[in-house]
Ligand binder design. Structure first.
Ligand SMILES: Nc1nc2c(ncn2[C@@H]2O[C@H](COP(=O)(O)OP(=O)(O)OP(=O)(O)O)[C@@H](O)[C@H]2O)c(=O)[nH]1
Ligand SMILES: [Mg+2]
Length: 291
């Protein structure tokens, strides 16, 4: 009798939970249609602006492409994505949605880097929230925008301002542990955003790279143990409630849209748009009282 044969084997770690960790009343195409209808019903009086922020290579530009694709019902790849030594996106870009997203604008920024004097300059957030930055402004890692710049807009309109900030974080990096320097920069940004009363949501990208079960089938995203862990970690590290954190797989590999990919993106999008519309309503209401 060989001793090794009778030794009890440790079962492999569970990759999927028995019931989804995020409970949803519907699923599949039914849920997809419900969310699309919910978004169609959002009729903001003025067009909100959504600003994307996050570390270099986290998938900010890809998430904008995913949203614009879902909005138009076919793959759209207008924001430049890729990887480079530093941030791939170097200029401030604004993209207007079409069809389902015709009332919304998305704003893309240079990526945040951990080191001081590298990547997105945190002080730029103040001008970005207030709408002072014109399209194609080339971010300067050493200094924030100044009022003398030809890209400085002195009198922004309501629609040029930011009405929701979306932090984009790589889910795998979240599980591996985000370096403290990034966390500190993001926390500082959050403080400024809170001061300006702008709502925040957080997207966890690349869940396919975090969990093999999600890679196999994106429908597993709300049953993935690793994804759930990443969501909880993000909530703790960035002090954002779990219900405002959304795991997704961006449309970077697939050629065609699918319900499985659409659903997590739409769930994220519906909340971001609702937050942005609430902010628009609040600001307009507030300015009425000033009259
Ligand atoms: N597998 C996978 N790859 C992704 C996903 N999202 C983004 N990527 C890839 O990650 C890389 C970086 O994505 P970008 O969208 O350019 O990231 P970014 O945050 O805009 O980066 P910077 O502009 O450099 O700050 C690209 O090669 C994308 O194809 C995802 O959900 N899954
Ligand atoms: Mg980018």
């Amino acid at each position: 009798m060989g001793g090794s044969e009778s030794r009890p084997q440790t079962p492999p770690p569970k990759l999927l939970t028995d019931t989804p960790w995020r409970s949803l009343k519907e699923s599949g195409e039914t849920l997809e249609n419900t969310i699309v209808q919910d978004i169609k019903r959002l009729g903001p009086e003025k067009s909100p602006g959504i600003l994307l922020l996050g570390p270099v290579g986290a998938g900010k530009s890809s998430f904008i492409n995913s949203c614009l694709s879902v909005g138009i019902g076919r793959k759209k790849s207008i924001a430049q994505t890729g990887s480079d030594e530093g941030s791939y996106t170097l200029e401030f870009k604004r993209y207007k949605g079409s069809d389902l997203l015709k009332n919304f604008r998305f704003m893309d920024c240079m990526g945040i880097e951990g080191a001081f004097g590298k990547g997105f300059h945190p002080n730029d957030i103040i001008f970005l929230l207030e709408g002072h930055v014109k399209r194609n402004y080339k971010f300067d890692q050493d200094r924030p925008m100044d009022k003398e710049s030809k890209f400085y807009r002195p009198n922004p309109t309501f629609e040029e301002k930011t009405h929701c900030v979306v932090f984009v974080i790589d889910a795998k990096a979240m599980n591996d542990g985000i370096p403290q320097a990034y966390v500190d920069k993001i926390k500082w940004l959050q403080k400024e955003i809170k001061k300006a009363d702008v709502p925040r949501a957080l997207i966890l990208t690349k869940c396919d790279l975090l969990c093999s079960k999600v890679q196999e089938n994106v429908n597993n995203i709300f049953r993935s143990v690793k994804v759930e862990r990443a969501v909880k970690a993000a909530s703790e590290v960035f002090a954002i409630d779990i219900s405002s954190i959304h795991p997704v797989v961006n449309y970077e590999v697939d050629v065609e849209l699918s319900t499985a990919n659409n659903v997590p993106i739409l769930l994220a999008l519906r909340q971001i748009l609702q937050y942005a519309c609430d902010r628009v309503e609040y600001v307009l209401d507030d300015s009425d009282e000033d009259d």
